[in-house]
Design a protein around this ligand. Structure first.
Ligand SMILES: NC(=O)c1ccc[n+]([C@@H]2O[C@H](COP(=O)([O-])OP(=O)(O)OC[C@H]3O[C@@H](n4cnc5c(N)ncnc54)[C@H](OP(=O)(O)O)[C@@H]3O)[C@@H](O)[C@H]2O)c1
Length: 253
């Protein structure tokens, strides 16, 4: 998909990574539709990039349907919104569980499905970009809902892509590692073990550009060693848990 002149809807546009994607895509000539809840941040970004704003709470199912209707006429859907922080185990409530699932898992699935159905029915091509995480490959202590939803999102992305084969709709899963300078990791309290390298919001934006332009199955935005460690974590979860215990990861969250 050619980004220049394409209409692209980005969820989570008010966040650290979303804003970087929006600026990069605008620079490349995209016509953007920005979505999130924070109107002030969205309006500021829209003024900068000439974008349209659609305010939506992705934990609200009626808002998700409304956003899906707007996405249908876009060339590209970037489902980027997400909630990172998990409450401590003793404070995890059913409401918090629901919120994570609605925002991180249900909304990107509903948006992608409605988008693909509408584009296919209209005989138009399209591209779906789902922003996952290395947390969709390997589990860590203290991030149970984030892991649960990002594992789920990866499964959906990889299966949906196969279902869409031959329809003209692409589907790419983007997996950032730890991103410095802006976004949920940069804003959070996680203290990385020594030697763990990070990437930038601009690297994630470049990954999204690659996803839209080339439609690969997955785009990793992480140092190679972290991707390997995460892959190993998925293959050997007990070993991964033992290593993380040795590194004191639970105490660093
Ligand atoms: N930063 C990292 O290191 C990192 C690493 C791996 C993966 N990721 C993934 O990258 C994506 C973007 O994260 P980020 O780092 O940019 O996080 P962020 O700065 O915390 O931004 C999160 C975005 O999600 C939106 N959002 C949260 N709850 C929402 C809701 N109920 N309805 C609508 N929008 C909602 C927020 O908008 P409002 O608050 O305005 O609604 C905001 O735009 C996420 O999917 C995250 O899992 C990030």
């Amino acid at each position: 998909m050619d980004i220049n002149g394409a209409s692209i809807l980005v969820t989570g546009a008010s966040g650290g990574l979303g804003a970087a994607m929006v600026r990069e895509l605008a620079e490349r000539g995209a016509n953007l539709v920005l979505s999130a809840r924070n109107v002030a941040v969205l309006d500021q970004l829209a003024a900068e990039t000439g974008a349209e704003v659609v305010v939506a709470d992705l934990a609200n199912r009626a808002d998700v349907e409304r956003l899906a209707a707007r996405a249908a006429s876009c060339d590209v859907l970037v489902a980027n919104a997400g909630i990172g922080s998990d409450p401590p185990l003793a404070e995890l409530t059913s409401a918090a569980i629901d919120q994570s699932i609605e925002v991180n898992l249900r909304s990107p699935i509903v948006l992608s499905n409605a988008y693909a159905q509408a584009r296919i029915a209209a005989g138009k091509p399209g591209q779906i970009v789902l922003i996952g995480s290395l947390s969709g490959l390997a589990a860590s202590p203290g991030t149970r809902m984030y892991n649960a939803t990002k594992f789920g999102l990866r499964g959906f992305a990889l299966s949906f892509r196969q279902d869409l084969d031959g329809t003209g709709i692409g589907c790419t899963h983007v997996l950032p590692g730890f991103i410095r300078d802006a976004g949920m990791f940069a804003d959070g309290d996680l203290d990385l073990p020594p030697g763990v390298r990070t990437k930038t919001p601009a690297d994630v934006a470049a990954g999204v550009v690659r996803a839209i332009s080339k439609n690969p199955a997955e785009v990793f935005v992480s140092p190679t060693e972290l991707r390997l460690a995460s892959t190993l974590g998925g293959l050997a979860p007990a070993l991964s848990a033992a290593i993380q215990k040795k590194l004191g990861v639970a105490d660093r969250v």
